[in-house]
Design a protein around this ligand. Structure first.
Ligand code: ZN
Length: 297
């Protein structure tokens, strides 16, 4: 993890999941906490060695790779935790993620791992979209739904901490069908990014870019192609069961997994595109022989 300075106040630790750091006067604000204690400890060690303050932690959304180290930080350093509404509720009750991925069934032990469920963390302050004063740091929170229900990014000093509102190209190619919860909401969030006037952005996964809008457009192109492929697939088959759609899209995109946790994430990601098409009125659903089917409208 390397510490990268972006402006007088704004920095980030680059990593598999980036961790932001903003300092103003006596306020030291971390943005996200990595997947576990050992990840965030590396960032804290650097801050201590350089005598940077550490007083606050903003958590962008309730995915364990972003908040897994938060409970440790709050307990050990007494940081004030801040998060968007709804995401905060999940981080305080993190079994909700394996629960919702399991369609509401009590989650099986195989789904209760550090990738889907971080240690519970008390959120001291719940915030909504708009200006947020964090100690001596003035930030603007912007919500980016579509990857998680109420994910929040922060603009500070005209730099956007974008959370998982868009992904670096390597991340997309690694995951093939990136995790989203509704493609229509996610695409609306990508357009929201294109309208923003900032000097650059740090995504949750990827590198800081001044010209991040180019990457956002690459994301949009990728999702549009995936959506077209799904529509074509449904058109060819006439009607497709939910199970066939998940299996067919995973096969087409070269996704292979034996792990139930990963499979649950892909099931949600594929369903996100079907839901987006339904929300846009292009696809409809019906129940036949106790199965959920999709067809074009
Ligand atoms: Zn995420």
């Amino acid at each position: 993890m390397e510490f990268r300075k972006l402006t007088e106040h704004v920095n980030y630790f680059d990593g598999v999941v980036n961790i932001g750091y903003v300092q103003s006067g006596d306020t030291g604000l971390l943005i996200d906490a990595g997947i576990d204690d050992s990840t965030v400890k590396k960032a804290v060690r650097y801050l201590r060695e350089n005598e940077f303050p550490l007083t606050h932690l903003f958590l962008t959304h309730a995915h364990a790779d972003h908040y897994g180290g938060a409970a440790f930080l709050r307990k050990k350093y007494g940081v004030i935790t801040i998060a968007p509404k709804f995401e905060a509720a999940i981080m305080e009750n993190p079994t909700i993620e394996p629960l919702y991925l399991s369609s509401g069934n009590d989650p099986l032990p195989e789904t209760r791992n550090k990738f889907l469920e971080g240690p519970p963390v008390k959120i001291d302050r719940v915030v909504e979209e708009g200006t947020v004063q964090i100690g001596e740091v003035e930030a603007r929170m912007i919500t980016f739904p579509g990857h998680s229900y109420n994910q929040g990014g922060l603009v500070i000093d005209n730099i956007l901490f974008a959370a998982d509102s868009y992904f670096g190209p390597e991340y997309i190619h690694k995951h093939k069908i990136p995790y989203i919860t509704d493609s229509s909401f996610h695409e609306a969030s990508l357009h929201k990014l294109l309208d923003l006037k900032v000097l650059g952005a740090v995504p949750g996964h990827g590198v800081f870019e001044q010209d991040f809008k180019k990457t956002v457009r690459t994301n949009l192109d990728y999702y549009e192609k995936l959506t077209e492929y799904m529509k074509e697939w449904i058109r060819e088959h006439g009607e497709v069961s939910h199970e066939e759609l998940v299996a067919g899209m995973c096969r087409a995109y070269g996704v292979e997994t034996q792990h139930v946790s990963a499979w649950l994430l892909y099931r949600t990601a594929v369903t996100a595109f079907a839901n987006g098409l339904m929300r846009n009125g292009e696809v409809t659903f019906f129940i036949k022989e106790s199965r959920l089917f999709f067809s074009l409208k």
